[in-house]
Design a protein around this ligand. Structure first.
Ligand code: AMP
Ligand code: GLY
Length: 433
């Protein structure tokens, strides 16, 4: 079967690489892809938001399955467009993708499904929101633990975590007056700030059956010790010991199953990857947000460990026969993915720096270097093309062994301004796993 993967990040490289391991995959295309997918698959020069060109390519090239990586085309209705042309496509419909595309929609589903989440209020304009905050926190302006969130997609930057009333008022201003996230800020929610350890719990569902993946942990802040600004994710590992088997089963039965049921009851069935961003609070696990696709970089360590045929799994989901797939099989060994980034990221950064040492890194055992922000220059050599450039992913008998392998590979790779966090997975190591 010929497969098309839509996207150009580390997640899409991992998806294309894993699909390529299936004996049923004859050709794997990635649109638009990066320098890594140019090696492990074939790149197609179509942007991920050019849905009609993607449909045309799939038809003309007899693509048997299209797999959509990022949330933007999903929220734009790529799945509906493919399905209306009778093309097989993996991912939720536009309407089901609102679970990620609208925080208000997500909160209402969580409420209907009786899933634990932070208490929240919805606002459509800045002055009502300001009045609410000024009244509720009149006596305690310095103790105002709230999170202000733009309703729509904001490239992971739309949630502003605050401690004081002034910070909350500034966040309202940024979202609803300055419109820094554009129309994503036409609505917003203000919710209670939760405390605890975060974990990413992903599952695959055809709308009826749900198969939950081992829990992973992302590292969202730029610097060691979870300091510095938020990023798209500086590294991830899997499994995380902060979620034991009992908690994972609880999240499955009390979070994922009721969510999928509510969506089905509302005649808006969810099919694809359901990714629960969880916070382990003293009152128990609560959902921070849902994403409707694989996490990036969580996808890389997850797929590194997957032993089930990935193409079979994706196709069974699209065909609504996930119940026929046995329990998912995983490599017992943990995996760690460390993101190497451009100088300046998550702020401004330059592109086009030649990347060296990738061949040496590839020789290191149990390591796979997934490309993210890379491209091939005119002479076919890899150069940087984004903020998060590579996701160096390794497996080992323990988390520390996997971490060591990943950093060994990183030592081989160089470009002007390359940097990474040095403490990816350390939380697991201090928990002695
Ligand atoms: P979101 O866009 O909803 O995923 O939020 C992005 C990040 O903001 C999360 O990964 C958390 O680190 C943080 N966050 C979101 N909601 C809350 C909350 N209610 N309490 C504390 N932190 C939060
Ligand atoms: N790793 C966070 C995300 O993919 O949203």
């Amino acid at each position: 079967m010929k497969v098309l993967v839509v996207g150009s990040g580390g997640r899409e490289h991992a998806i294309a690489w894993k699909i390529g391991q299936s004996s049923r995959a004859t050709e794997v295309f990635v649109a638009p892809g990066n320098a890594g997918t140019a090696t492990d698959a074939q790149n197609v020069d179509i942007a991920m938001n050019d849905i009609s060109a993607l449909v045309k390519f799939a038809k003309e090239n007899d693509i048997g399955l299209t797999v959509v990586g990022p949330e933007i085309p999903l929220c734009d209705g790529i799945v509906d467009a493919f399905e209306s042309e009778n093309l097989k496509v993996f991912g939720p419909s536009k309407s089901a993708a609102q679970l990620e595309g609208s925080k208000v929609f997500c909160k209402n589903v969580l409420r209907s499904a009786d899933v634990p989440t932070a208490d929240f209020q919805e606002f459509k304009d800045a002055s009502t929101a300001e009045r609410y905050v000024n009244e509720r926190y009149a006596e305690t302006p310095n103790d105002c633990p709230l999170v202000v969130k733009a309703d729509g997609l904001a490239a992971g930057k739309g949630a502003i975590v605050c401690s004081t009333r002034d910070e909350v008022l500034e966040a309202i201003d940024i979202i609803a007056r300055q419109k820094q996230f554009g129309s994503a800020g036409d609505k917003m929610i203000i919710e209670d700030r939760l405390q605890g350890v975060e974990a990413s719990i992903l599952a695959i569902t055809d709308g009826r059956t749900i198969l939950t993946f081992p829990p992973a942990e992302d590292h969202k802040r730029a610097h060691d010790g979870d300091a510095g600004p938020n990023t798209g994710g500086m590294g991830a590992y899997c499994p995380t010991p902060s979620i034991d088997e009992k908690t994972l089963r609880w999240v499955e039965s009390s979070v994922l199953v009721p969510t999928v049921h509510v969506m089905k009851r509302q005649r808006n069935p969810f099919r694809g990857i359901l990714y629960a961003g969880m916070m382990m609070t003293p009152q128990g696990p609560k959902v921070l947000e849902y994403n409707v696709r694989f996490g990036d970089p969580e996808c890389q360590p997850l797929l590194m460990r997957m032993k089930t045929d990935f193409l079979d799994l994706l196709e069974a989901t699209v065909d609504r026969r996930l119940g026929e797939i046995g329990p998912l099989e995983w490599d017992e060994r943990p995996s760690v993915c460390v993101v190497m980034a451009s100088e300046g990221y998550p702020g401004e950064y330059e592109k086009g720096k030649p990347i060296r040492g990738l061949e040496e890194a590839a020789k290191i055992e149990d390591v796979k270097v997934f490309h993210a922000g890379t491209k091939l220059d005119g002479e076919g050599n890899p150069v940087t093309n984004g903020g998060r450039v590579l996701g160096v992913t390794a497996m080992g008998d323990t988390v520390s062994a996997a971490k060591l392998q990943a950093y060994k590979a990183i030592k081989c790779i160089r470009w002007d301004g390359a940097w990474c966090r040095k403490d990816i997975s350390d939380k697991a190591i201090t928990m002695n796993i």
